[in-house]
Design a protein around this ligand. Sequence first.
Ligand code: TYD
Ligand code: MG
Length: 455
Amino acid sequence: MAKPAPQFVCNSCGAVYRKWQGQCDGCGEWNTLAEEAALSVAGPAAKSLGATRGRSIQLAPLAGEDRPPPRAASRIGELDRVLGGGLVPGSAVLVGGDPGIGKSTLLLQATAAFATAGARTVYVSGEEAMAQVRMRAMRLGLSDADVQLAAETNLRDILTTLDELRPDLVVIDSIQTMWADNVESAPGSVAQVRATAHELTSFAKRRGSAVIMVGHVTKEGQIAGPRVVEHMVDTVLYFEGERGHQFRILRAVKNRFGPADEIGVFEMTGAGLAEVTNPSALFLGDRDEGASGSAVFAGLEGTRPVLVEFQALVAPSTLGTPRRAVVGWDSSRLAMILAVLEARAGVSFAGQDVYLNVAGGLRVSEPAADMAAAAALVSAMTGEALPPRSVLFGEISLSGAIRPVAQPELRLKEAEKLGFNTAYVPKQMKPVEESGIKLRRIADLPDLVTTVFDP
Ligand code: TYD
Ligand code: MG
């Protein structure tokens, strides 16, 4: 019987090679390739592969099976929405985030919530001792939840136990602490993370249990270990937040069973994470209306409208190359807006340091935020505040035109609910229902500067 061919995996980037080599072609690192044992030893079934023709597989008609997959809801609304309405049995979920951001707290609370909703749950911690997990549960007021705890890192032992217990939900905290004894490298290495994630994902499919894996994020902002883990699992959630802020955002970046880009907002309190059902009110909480350099963006996160404040500051630079710093937004997007403002509206930021900040620790990725960012920048430059109680949305093209964006009604409704009475919107926006909000339609950047700043 042919021996399974060995393969070599780069411990730094996860690239796979047939032969060992000193330098990885993928990331350029030296001495990072390690041999990976084949996960499944070829048995008699594998031997006959290719020798005989395969059996045909059974196909089932789709009709009659158009019910959505059954989902288990945790009744933590913010979590269920991000999951697309609850956990799908047999699905594998990866929850990534910086160390200390609150992943263990969130998942312990979620496990307890699923248990209370009637699911059989197991929480495996490879990072904390049983007593520490118990203590955390006590602090969170969850000490009488019906959750099975284990402090274990050997994957073989864990899978043996899980095969007996047949739980509905398994939480693995974290994937970097687990090790499979058929892989010869240290826990947390790419080879180990790949192997353990693969085994846990197949366990989920085989047994119909939902498996949630915690993954730490590296300095570069990737889930340590490989992108391949993200490809393996059904759902990838990121738990993010600024240090020093108490807000935490759970964001779906991939979801085979629901919409991606959905967010759930939580607040870290002394007794764990609390749901925030009205994030706009929170993000705009202590806003100083009438200050220059501030503009409110009527944004959309997934299916939910979220209002956030863009803050800009412009100051004469002492540096040869003026500073451009941005928090919560894309820095190349800022560079583009500055260039378009200069070229199309004659607002120059040459020789000025420019700072842009999205208040509250939210990361905005929608192009619809362009107009709010531009308004904040112009306001910071001129020292003139935007009209009170006003919001903006619209994408800016390189020509300086303001382009329509998705879901204007939802954005306007949310703004109205929070007491705003004026909205600067793209001129080409389709007609929307009359509401209590006055619409000011803006065609392009020069139009924005004249309409907003000298009405
Ligand atoms: P944790 O869930 O351990 O983070 P992770 O698993 O992502 O590494 O959260 C750690 C932080 O959360 C810690 O700095 C303390 C804080 N925290 C609270 O503020 N309140 C609480 O009730 C708990 C349990 C933690
Ligand atoms: Mg933890």
